[in-house]
Design a protein around this ligand. Structure first.
Ligand code: BGP
Length: 462
């Protein structure tokens, strides 16, 4: 075996709009739930400035071209296109992404666009957000508009980033607790919105390809006790498979349905749902992967609640079903997320054998506190190490038969972490966000930039 990645492998790098763009009120943009989210308002962590990618996009794409990436995953801010969520299109918003796409194409980089990444327009949130079926109608209008505007230039599309995490696991992302009765209905509305995205992409974009974007963390049982295995089955079904089974098979799995039944929750379907969900399917799966999780069957109701607090942490608690525990066999990063490259291979194999669809990794990476040295260097061997270990496993998965056609890690440039602001960085490109730099936000290439560049150019892990 050559231990090289396939010749046409899509190497990429990823970002999202609200974590990088800034310019939160510029050129007619409406506010989003991320702009209004209550959080530490310190300038350095501020999403309203972020990495000011809105004004630096040319420079950033030029750097990505130097990195040699073949694909750039970014999201469109819905509120730039429709400041009121629907109806009146903001031409400046359309033009902005047209320019970003053209800049990518000039450098021979394929754009891969996420329709929505955690930033619902605030006006829609004000009418109940995803609880209100009208938000699905607004999304349909938005998706059609975007496909019509850019479909002649963009082949790869992603639907809505991580509905499984945003609604079922980690409410910190939205900065608020959604009442339990509403959360599963919201989830269903998101699932239906995605089905319409599949439908419109296939109708409006010639040769267009579209995929769901789950965050998958495979769940292990803490011991070989049958009840711990059952806990893992339930958490796997709720966290990982509820979303993808609906996308790829057009139904919720029985374990998820039983989970809802035991919680006395029912989901309301609209008359057209049955047809739309069974007729529209993805072309590939875009998977975000950071870690794996370990659970046991909870036996003590003390301190147990329905809510789950942090996406990857151990403090998952769901009485009657599962409880997160430390996995003694895995190391952790500075922010307490476990590191599990072997689990990455297992996840890829599990995913491929379950859905039989091509897979591209659209997020994987290490969040860390990076230091800019006096001579403007960033030495990040820990990031290189993380990426290397995961890519070795990705290569093994490919050699074992998994149809993995690309890898687009998180993140292209430094951005504002959802949970930790700018103190947690992921990028290959450092963004100087010290107070005195807030106007310039200068970019510097990290050691990992040169490492990844070499990897892409040789198709081989250095
Ligand atoms: C994913 C999100 C990203 C990203 C990442 C890391 O779930 O899609 O937007 O931020 O998690 O999370 P964090 O920023 O909290 O480190």
């Amino acid at each position: 075996m050559s231990h090289k990645f396939p010749d046409n492998f899509l190497w990429g790098a990823s970002i999202s709009a609200h974590q990088t763009e800034g310019a939160y009120k510029s050129d007619g943009k409406g506010l989003t739930v991320q702009d209004t989210r209550i959080r530490d308002n310190h300038e350095i962590a501020n999403f309203t400035v972020a990495s000011d990618h809105y004004h630096h996009y040319k420079k950033d794409i030029q750097l990505l071209a130097e990195l040699s990436v073949k694909v750039f995953r970014f999201s469109i801010s819905w509120a730039r296109i429709f400041p009121q969520g629907r109806k009146e299109v903001n031409q400046a918003g359309i033009d902005h992404y047209q320019n970003v796409i053209d800049e990518c194409l000039t450098h021979n980089i394929k754009p891969m666009i996420t329709l929505n990444h955690f930033d619902l327009p605030q006006v829609l949130e004000d009418i109940g957000g995803w609880s209100n079926r009208k938000t699905v109608d607004a999304f349909k209008e938005y998706a059609q508009t975007v496909f019509k505007a850019y479909g002649n230039k963009v082949k790869y599309w992603l639907t809505i980033n991580e509905p499984n995490i945003m609604l079922l696991v980690d409410q910190k992302i939205l900065g608020k607790q959604i009442p339990i009765k509403e959360k599963y209905q919201q989830f269903h509305h998101l699932m239906m919105a995605e089905k319409y995205a599949f439908k419109f992409c296939h109708e409006l974009v010639e040769n267009g390809q579209i995929g769901p974007v789950p965050n998958i963390s495979l769940v292990y049982p803490a011991t070989s006790k049958p009840l711990d295995n059952q806990a893992a089955l339930y958490f796997n079904s709720v966290r990982n498979w509820a979303y993808l089974d609906f996308s790829c098979f057009g139904r919720y799995n029985t374990v998820f349905k039983d989970y809802l039944k035991q919680k006395n929750i029912s989901i309301t379907f609209s008359p057209e749902d049955e047809t739309v969900m069974k007729e529209n399917f993805p072309d590939f799966i875009a998977m975000n992967f950071y870690t794996t999780m370990t659970v046991e069957k909870p036996m003590d109701k003390n301190n147990m609640s329905e809510g789950i607090s942090d996406q990857q942490s151990e403090d998952i608690m769901d009485w009657g079903f599962y409880k997160g525990v430390t996995n003694p066999y895995l190391k952790k990063n500075q922010f307490n997320w476990t590191i599990d490259p072997d689990g990455f291979k297992t996840t890829l194999q599990t995913l491929y054998d379950r859905y039989h669809l091509p897979i591209i990794i659209t997020e994987n990476g290490l969040g860390a506190k990076d230091d800019l040295t006096e001579d403007k260097k960033i030495h990040d061997p820990y990031r290189i190490d993380y990426l290397k270990q995961h890519l070795e496993q990705a290569l093994e998965a490919i050699e074992a038969g998994v149809d993995l056609f690309g890898y687009s890690p998180w993140s292209a440039i430094d951005l504002i972490s959802v949970h930790e602001g700018i103190s947690k960085r992921y990028g290959f490109i450092y963004v100087d966000r010290t107070e005195k730099e807030l106007k310039q936000l200068r970019r510097y290439k990290k050691d990992s930039f040169y490492w990844y560049q070499k990897l892409i150019q040789t198709n081989k892990i250095p």
